[in-house]
Write a protein that binds this ligand. Structure first.
Ligand code: 4NP
Length: 171
């Protein structure tokens, strides 16, 4: 299932992606960190603006969860974000909003106006091993859940970047 961004990606107008979960301390900061890492590895930093947010406000201002950070670190990825809540203006700021699960998707959809240009999709539309499934919430579970989330987000981010790359216009 191929994704089509709403425009060509250039340095003048970097493509902006907001990863969204509930707390913005586990799944979406991990997605943000992994995707940013991959963009850097491919030397494409100037073509992207990457951020994350939570539909809930419980953890606003906090660093990513310590287990999320240590799991990411063990895979060479730094998580540097501070939690913030998703806001209405994000529909104007971002080209693509990627929800981690169907509950996040439904909550964002409730806010979405029909006039926004932003595209809203499930993160796992890019997962070859679980199309449009939820990224499971690891918050109340053990370390295996965090490792599982990392693997899901690693392969989804790889596919996301693969699908966006042909839309980059190299001046
Ligand atoms: P996240 O995980 O949505 O992946 O950041 C959660 C973090 C906190 C809570 C729920 C999920 N919470 O209920 O506080």
């Amino acid at each position: 299932m191929n994704f089509h961004p709403n425009r060509t990606i250039t340095r003048e107008e970097p493509y902006s992606i907001c990863f969204v979960c509930l707390g913005n301390i586990c799944r979406s900061p991990t997605a943000e960190g992994i995707f940013q890492h991959k963009v850097k590895e491919r030397g494409l930093e100037s073509y992207f603006y990457i951020d994350s947010a939570g539909t809930g406000a419980y953890h606003v201002g906090e660093k990513a969860n310590s287990t999320s950070r240590s799991v990411a670190k063990s895979h060479g990825v730094s998580l540097l974000s501070r939690a913030r809540q998703f806001i209405l203006d994000d529909f104007l700021e971002f080209d693509l909003i990627l929800a981690m699960d169907s509950s996040n998707y439904a909550n964002i959809m409730k806010l979405k106006s029909s006039t926004t240009a932003a595209q809203l999709k499930m993160m796992r539309m890019f997962d070859p091993q679980g199309y449009n499934e939820d990224v499971p919430d690891p918050y109340y579970g053990g370390i295996n859940g965090f490792e599982d989330v990392f693997s899901i987000l690693e392969r989804s981010s790889e596919e996301l970047l693969n699908q966006l790359s042909p839309h980059i216009f190299n001046e």
